[in-house]
Structures are given as structure tokens and as C-alpha cells.
Ligand binder design. Structure first.
Ligand code: PBG
Length: 326
């Protein structure tokens, strides 16, 4: 295509003009805020590698959710830190487990807040893997699906609006959809962590959720970061199984994957997870005085959206909302 000669700088002459011609605009509606819930009362444990983020007891988690909600954030995603872990992660699907109670209390307190329940087992198993394992440590796919069905049912019963399976177990979306539909939870959505990579960027999260695997790694279930096209296959399967939302995770080192997925599946809301390591790097460099934290944060979040993301899960939600609300 040939363009008549023009001067691109005419569209950059002033801040008003620049705002008019912006292709991508961040909005508070774009954010999902993660909250880590632990037992006890009045507990607010700082997570060292994630400044500004805490393990919160349910009463404190309610306050945190309210603060986010008052800033205009529409949704939170909850992660539980159980008191007891076992081989089969039974607290994950117990009706009086930490996360079931947290969903129930937060949803009753803030009925209009969209409450997303992360559905996995790594926080609840003594071995720290995302499902049931055999004696050799191999993750057993289909037996794990049975537990996921129970887990999804319990979270929906407690009031979760969206179930977000994050374990990269084959068939997880179908299993959860079946469990929800057969229990009359047709209106509860599934947000699948469709293309979740095995990533070192999850390090700080594992401190926060106390969910590091006791041995081995997650490479037999999470994706290999050398692959981008494979993400298409993962998403096709999830869409066919009935996912309402699809996800790419992490975000920043995976902008190409976000773009590929958005181009192939423009009709589904695409979520990207701006993960703990991405957050920690910005916080650490800012603390050293090496970067401008606010500007870098806004640039990163905008880039994630520009790549094709509709909704961003980010620990920066409250900070970014404060800037956008100014
Ligand atoms: C649980 C889960 C993880 C994250 C979200 N859900 C950890 C993992 O897979 O090891 C990571 C989020 C982050 O790093 O912010 N399966």
C-alpha cells in the first residue's frame, strides 16, 4: 500500500492529540485482582517477594476485596492456603475448607463483585503437585479430573461466579462443565488457564501460596516455553470442551502467544495473567531506584492489552486503578 506523504509527528504534537489517537486504552474494568486467603483472624502476612501483597485471613480478605471493589475493580481471583495438606488435597474440595469459606463470605459481603475460584490442587497437596500422583510421582490425569469435579461443585455451591482450572490437566474444562451442569450451576462460567507455561516466573507465587512442588517440576502438565503454535491446540480443546474464557499465562514474555491466540479466537474473552515474577521484578528494580515504577507498570499493562488481551489478572490492579481513577 502506498501512502501520500504525511508527517506522523502531527499526531504527537500535544497530549490532547495523543490521547485522541490512542489505539489501546487501559480501563479499571480490565483487571482481575488476586487475593491469597489463609486461616485465622486479623492475619495480614506480607509476602516478601511480592511487596504490597499479603496472605490474608478471611476477615482481612473481605476488606481487601472491598477496597478493590471501591476502586472500580470488578473481579477477584482467590487462592487458598490450607492449614492441612494431604496426598489428595482434600481441603481443596471440602465445604469447610479455607477457600470454600472465603468464597462464601466474600460473595455474601460483596454480591456484585465477580468472584473467581482458582481450581487446582498444588496449594492443598503435601507433594505440591497439581493433582493425584502415583508412587513414582507421575501425575494421574483422569483420577485428578474426578477431584476437579468435586472442587468445582463445592466452589459453585459456595457462590463462585467463575471456576478457573489452572492445573493443565487434559479434559479439565469438560469435566468441570459436566459437574456444574449436572448440579444446576449452568450459569457458573469456566475460565480455563488454556495455555499455561511451565515457568520460573511463578516463583514468588509459590512463596505466597506455599505451593512449590516437593520434588520434580510441572513440565509434564504445563506447556514448554519453546512452543507457541501448541497454544492453539490447547485453546481449541478448551473451546470445544466449553470454556467461556481462555487464558495465556504468563503474559509479559508471552505477548506473541497472546497475539496468536487472539487472532485465532477473536470471539472469546482472552485473559492474560501478569504473574508474580513479572510483578516482583518491577517492584525490586523500583526499590533500587533503577526504574520508574508507575510508568513501567502502565506501559507493561498497556502492552499486554495491546497484544490482544481483554482481561488482565494482575497484582498491580489496585495501583493501576488508582492512577486510572485520577
Ligand atoms: C496454581 C497456580 C499457579 C499460579 C496460578 N495458579 C502456580 C503454579 O502453577 O505453579 C501462578 C501465578 C503467579 O505466579 O502469579 N496452579
Amino acid at each position: 500500500m502506498e501512502f501520500p506523504y504525511t508527517r506522523p509527528r502531527r499526531l504527537r504534537v500535544s497530549s490532547a492529540v495523543r490521547s485522541m489517537v490512542q489505539e489501546t486504552r487501559l480501563n479499571v474494568n480490565d483487571f482481575i485482582y488476586p487475593i491469597f486467603v489463609c486461616s485465622g483472624n486479623g492475619v495480614k502476612n506480607p509476602i516478601e517477594s511480592m511487596p504490597g501483597i499479603f496472605q490474608l485471613s478471611i476477615d482481612e480478605a473481605k476488606k481487601e476485596a472491598k477496597e478493590a471493589y471501591d476502586l472500580g475493580i470488578k473481579s477477584v481471583i482467590l487462592f487458598g492456603i490450607p492449614e492441612h495438606k494431604d496426598e489428595i488435597g482434600s481441603e481443596a474440595y471440602s465445604e469447610d475448607g479455607i477457600i470454600a469459606r472465603a468464597i462464601n463470605e466474600i460473595k455474601s459481603y460483596l454480591p456484585d463483585l465477580v468472584v473467581i475460584a482458582d481450581a487446582c490442587f498444588c496449594e492443598y497437596t503435601s507433594h505440591g503437585h497439581c493433582g493425584i500422583i502415583d508412587k513414582k510421582g507421575k501425575l494421574l490425569n483422569d483420577p485428578t479430573l474426578e477431584l476437579l469435579k468435586k472442587e468445582a461443585y463445592v466452589y459453585a455451591k459456595m457462590g463462585a461466579d467463575i471456576i478457573a482450572p489452572s492445573g493443565m490437566i487434559d479434559g479439565m474444562v469438560r469435566a468441570i462443565r459436566e459437574s456444574l451442569d449436572s448440579n444446576s450451576f449452568e450459569d457458573v462460567s469456566v475460565m480455563s488457564y488454556s495455555a499455561k507455561y511451565s515457568s520460573s516466573f511463578y516463583g514468588p507465587f509459590r512463596d505466597a501460596a506455599e505451593s512449590a512442588p516437593a520434588f520434580g517440576d510441572r513440565k509434564t502438565y504445563q506447556m514448554d516455553y519453546h512452543n507457541a503454535q501448541e497454544a492453539i491446540k490447547e485453546v481449541i480443546l478448551d473451546v470445544n470442551e466449553g470454556a467461556d474464557y481462555i487464558m495465556v499465562k504468563p503474559a509479559l514474555a508471552y505477548l506473541d502467544v497472546i497475539r496468536i491466540v487472539k487472532d485465532k479466537f477473536p470471539y472469546l474473552p482472552l485473559v492474560s495473567y501478569n504473574v508474580s515474577g513479572e510483578y516482583a521484578m518491577v517492584k525490586a528494580a523500583a526499590k533500587m531506584g533503577w526504574i520508574d515504577e508507575e510508568n513501567i507498570m502502565m506501559e507493561i499493562l498497556t502492552a499486554i492489552k495491546r497484544a490482544g488481551t481483554d482481561i488482565i489478572i494482575t497484582y498491580f490492579s489496585k495501583d493501576a486503578a488508582r492512577i486510572l481513577n485520577k
